[in-house]
Design a protein around this ligand. Sequence first.
Ligand SMILES: Nc1ncnc2c1ncn2[C@@H]1O[C@H](COP(=O)(O)OP(=O)(O)OP(=O)(O)O)[C@@H](O)[C@H]1O
Length: 247
Amino acid sequence: MTHELVVEGLGVIYGRATAVRDVSLVAPGGSITALVGPNGAGKSSTLLAAYGSVRSTGRVAVDGDDVSSLKAAVRARRGVALVPQGRKLFSHLTVRENLQVMAEMLRLGGDAVDAALDRFPILHERVRSLAGVLSGGEQQMLVVTRALMGSPRVLLLDEVVTGLAPMVVQQLARTFQDLAAQGTAVVLAEPNIGALLGRIDRGYVMVRGEVVACEEGGGRAVDHAYQRAIGVDVPPAVEDGPVAGVH
Ligand SMILES: Nc1ncnc2c1ncn2[C@@H]1O[C@H](COP(=O)(O)OP(=O)(O)OP(=O)(O)O)[C@@H](O)[C@H]1O
């Protein structure tokens, strides 16, 4: 089944500061939707509001059902998953224990942890290691695995590839593409989508809390819209070039 996230007129205010103003976006399953913008543009706040962990105004709907009034834990059980910025693992717990915590939160059956471990073979090898001693790439695979335990309809990814080695980025990106192909609505927020150009189908550019551009024509088109939005000249000849390094 193909899922869909729809956000309409989203607003997030922290104290007296407006972080997100009137943001509307659609993320259909079958594709990867990027949310790009400079630091402080409001990308994280948009994802947190869609997930339900910050207070917001506006409407959030999953597969046509309005979830705006639901708490994050309830949205999670309705199929909204978030991989937050900064990983947020329990570093003093093992890989297995980190996954068990999520299994309990989602009220999953006893074999859910073993099934989840099959996603990335390296996690099988590290199952008894403390999460805090894993490499950055392994930690990111663990948080992604944890987020996928409930077979989400909507997967929100906040800066999950920033700072990772290219091989890990491509491994994660392939996973996101597979999920999208299976119908999951994948939304990926990044300040730089250079490593993901060939993986992204569509995207929104955010600047100072607002969406300033929407592109349907793939990662390169999204990146160029972003560059234009922040005042970088994009030569027309570059627009049509192939995307290098994507397999
Ligand atoms: N908990 C908070 N309290 C107050 N202000 C906040 C809070 N979280 C974010 N902000 C502010 O809201 C604005 C948007 O931040 P947000 O983290 O959503 O942007 P971002 O695009 O994700 O940036 P980054 O890439 O740096 O994470 C920024 O001005 C930020 O300083």
